[in-house]
Design a protein around this ligand. Structure first.
Ligand SMILES: Cc1ncc(C[n+]2csc(CCOP(=O)(O)OP(=O)(O)O)c2C)c(N)n1
Ligand SMILES: [Mg+2]
Length: 749
């Protein structure tokens, strides 16, 4: 076994590494023990952002990382500053970077692992442990506590959170005894807590005469004082110990036995730096109970900047680096030799590395077979339907008519399951739980439209209200193919305005290339009766701008069904991604039309002419989503003056925009895009009135395609309660406003 973190040498570029240097030093022993001793191939790890260098260094030793990537760490094309599933080449399990999210992700990944196994999917593999190596300051982030509570409700198993308790974040040394509080949080939620406070040197010293006093002295030392002493080193420890404990029997003898260097080593021999202590603690975990390790460490351990409150931005000077290399017995030019500076013969080290259980895993990114998707879904019937209702009925029909596909669908919602129309799906497919549980109301024959039965076979994961948790769960569900080798098609529903409550986790899920559908519903001021706090305004811009995500906003049920079909394919495509559907509760009269292949293509490409314009027309109305009835009304009025005015329906402004920008990024020459083909039907002298129940800038860029003059209508203030005609009038989205906007084009033009 490798017995000391001295194996982990600084890079030649270490000087550039800044805070990573200090942090990687604090966590080196924990990471070494984890990767070289504790981990099994099916375990999955979220490595805290600042441990990126040590993660890449470990992968280098295991043969999964190249020297070139290491040399360019943090540089263009090199290993990433923070471990990244999508950008790094060395098998990162979970990306980290936005503190708190990677840690919480492990809890949801464990839930997904249980979900899959209880369905008897993927039983050929051993269940793994979902492990986070967390910074202590990550617990400033509330999302961790939300995830802890949710994990407790779902009785998650096989989760380890290893906290690098270095009592430092970026700015400073943290307030004292936070670990007591953390410990209570965890125990309160039925976690096992292992506190690795002292290493074996200090533990032995505590057994000697005066040991009790020494332990009390360290236990009660202020974090800042302890850190400052760790920075100042042996002589400072000696001076302060003599001052405070010089008269205590046994202390002088202890001090006399240690020279300055040995005294420094003794006094900083915390649990998280003691290889034996850490390995034993990891090995001793007897079962699948969630376990938290609070491992005391010193930020910058082993480096000249250890313990200094400013060390996060600290970098070694060239002289310090020279001295450090000398101390590590690494000569110039040997920096990248895997075993430089080590006494153990290379052959022995090679054999050790070859035998590391985690290293023998082979590829850990699985590919799951494709789930068949029909070439067309029958839309739900009804003269008047909202897109939300159509969505609920689509899922219910799916469960009935396409059982194989439906078996792979899993839904989730943060306490808005019923109000986002998942009820009838739930009645068909039930709620998931690790333990079967009946519906008491049903059993008592109390009338209810819903069967709230929980079972291991259930396909809906009910969450508490924290939207962050929804997106982290979707991230985990959406990675089930590469992580666990089993395809899931996750669909999460959330009130559209509360997408922003979970936005960073949403971004995090997309960054990891997780594959899921999020349904934002209801949305916009079309939800007039619910008031301003429930009316979303800028969410269409999120859909437009978020990388890794394709956004749609349907008007009609047939469009929605085609978008869902496209989404099921897109979720499974190598170059696919996640999908966002922005829906509404506004009932809309459905068109009696044949849904042709051409229309299907137009809908998923982003738009179609509901009324094609005349060759020389001067005007088109362009509308997206729930405001289309107003646009139809306005268009009819306008045709009294401009008989050949067009009416364009935008089903995905995101797809249009991407197609357009892709077209001019390609090789020079005439590239076309769907939006340019649509707008080519209008002479450039024509004007556009655009309308969306969201921020008007979402569609205003259409002006630039050909170009055309545009008057963009939409919502750019907070909404308020009211009925729909009142709100459309107030915010300038009714037919009258559209007609006036058209008139303005002519007057201003
Ligand atoms: C959400 C978020 N806010 C702020 C940051 C900037 N940041 C990066 S690491 C960090 C503090 C890290 O402290 P800790 O987790 O204790 O890690 P250590 O540096 O001690 O290893 C901060 C504030 C971030 N990455 N993510
Ligand atoms: Mg810290």
């Amino acid at each position: 076994m490798i017995h000391h973190a001295n194996h982990l040498r600084p890079s030649r570029d270490g000087l550039k590494v800044g805070g990573h240097q200090a942090s990687s030093a604090s966590v080196a022993t924990l990471m070494t023990a984890l990767y070289f001793d504790a981990l099994r191939p099916t375990d999955r790890v979220a490595v805290k952002p600042h441990a990126s260098p040590i993660f890449h260094a470990i992968q280098y030793l295991l043969g999964n990382q190249s020297k070139d990537q290491l040399e360019r760490f943090r540089g263009f094309g090199g290993a990433q500053s923070y471990p990244s599933r999508t950008k790094d080449a060395d098998d990162v399990d979970f990306s980290t970077g936005s503190v708190g999210l990677g840690v919480a992700m492990t809890s949801f990944a464990s839930l997904v692992q249980d979900y899959i196994r209880l369905k008897n999917f993927g039983l050929e593999r051993e269940p793994g442990r979902m492990i986070a190596v967390a910074g202590d300051a990550e617990f400033d982030e509330g999302n961790l506590f939300e995830a802890l509570v949710e994990g407790w409700k779902h009785d998650v198993r096989n989760v380890w959170w290893i906290i690098d308790y270095n009592r430092q974040s970026l700015d400073a040394v943290m307030v004292g005894r936070f670990s007591d509080r953390l410990e209570r949080f965890f125990r309160n939620l039925d976690w096992r807590v292992e506190i690795l406070k002292y290493g074996h040197l200090l533990t032995a010293a505590f057994q000697r005469p005066g040991g009790d006093a020494l332990q009390h002295w360290i236990d009660t030392a202020d974090n800042s004082r302890y850190s400052a002493l760790a920075y100042r080193g042996g002589p400072a420890w000696r001076k302060e110990l003599i001052h405070d404990l010089g008269d205590t029997h046994g202390i002088r003898a202890l001090l006399d036995e240690h020279d300055d260097e040995a005294l420094g080593r003794l006094m900083t021999n915390l649990g998280g730096h003691d290889m034996e202590t850490v390995c034993e603690a990891f090995r001793a975990v007897p079962d699948d109970q969630p376990t938290c390790f609070i491992a005391y460490t010193i930020k910058g351990y082993g480096l000249p900047l250890a313990g200094h409150k400013d060390n996060h931005a600290g970098i070694l000077t060239p002289d310090q680096m020279t001295a450090f290399k000398k101390q590590m017995h690494v000569s110039d030019g040997e920096e990248w030799d895997q075993f430089a500076g080590l006494e153990t013969p290379a052959e022995e080290l090679r054999m050790f590395l070859d035998a590391v259980p985690f290293g023998r895993s082979g590829p850990r990114r699985y590919r799951a077979p494709r789930v068949e998707v029909p070439s067309r879904f029958e839309p739900p019937s009804g003269d008047k339907l909202s897109t939300q209702e159509a969505f609920g009925r689509f899922l219910s029909d799916l469960a009935r008519r396409h059982p194989d596909l439906a078996d792979r669908v899993v839904t989730s919602s943060p306490d808005v399951t019923v109000s986002t129309s998942l009820g009838s799906w739930l009645n068909r497919r039930a709620i998931f739980g690790r333990h079967d549980q009946g519906d008491h109301f049903k059993d008592e024959r109390i009338l209810s439209a819903l069967n709230w039965k929980t079972s291991t076979q259930g396909q809906h994961i009910e969450l508490g209200i924290a939207e962050n948790n929804l997106f982290l769960l979707l991230a985990a569900l959406g990675l089930s193919a590469p992580l666990f080798g089993e395809r899931l098609l996750p669909i999460g529903t959330v009130y559209d305005p509360f997408i922003s409550r979970g936005l960073d986790a949403f971004n995090y899920a997309c960054y990891q290339d997780a594959r899921f559908i999020v349904v934002g519903t209801p949305s916009g001021i079309s939800l007039a009766s619910e008031g301003g706090a429930h009316q979303s305004v800028y969410e269409p811009l999120i859909g437009l701008a978020q990388p890794g995500l394709t956004a749609f906003e349907p008007t009609y049920a047939d469009e929605l069904c085609e978008m869902l079909r496209w989404s099921f394919e897109h979720l499974q495509a190598d170059d696919g991604g996640a999908v966002y559907l922005r829906l509404s509760t506004r009932p809309i009269a459905q068109p009696a039309r044949e849904f042709t292949d051409a229309l299907a293509r137009d809908v998923t490409e982003g738009g179609y002419w509901l009324v094609p314009p005349g060759n020389n027309t001067t005007l088109a109305i362009v509308a997206s989503g729930a405001v289309l009835p107003e646009a139809i009304d306005a268009h009819q009025q306008i045709t009294e003056d401009v008989s050949d005015a067009g009416l364009l329906v935008i089903t995905s402004v995101d797809r249009l925009y991407r197609g357009w920008t892709d077209s001019y990024r390609g090789p020079l020459g005439r590239q076309t895009s769907h939006v340019s083909r649509l707008l080519e039907m209008l002479p450039t002298s024509a004007g556009l009135v655009t309308a969306i129940d969201g921020h008007p800038s979402t569609l205003s860029w259409l002006a630039s395609v050909r170009p055309h003059r545009v008057v963009p209508l939409g919502v750019d203030r907070f909404g308020q309660s009211g009925d729909l005609p009142d709100l459309y009038r107030e915010y300038g989205l009714d037919a009258k406003a559209m007609v006036s906007a058209a008139a303005r084009l002519f007057v201003d033009g």
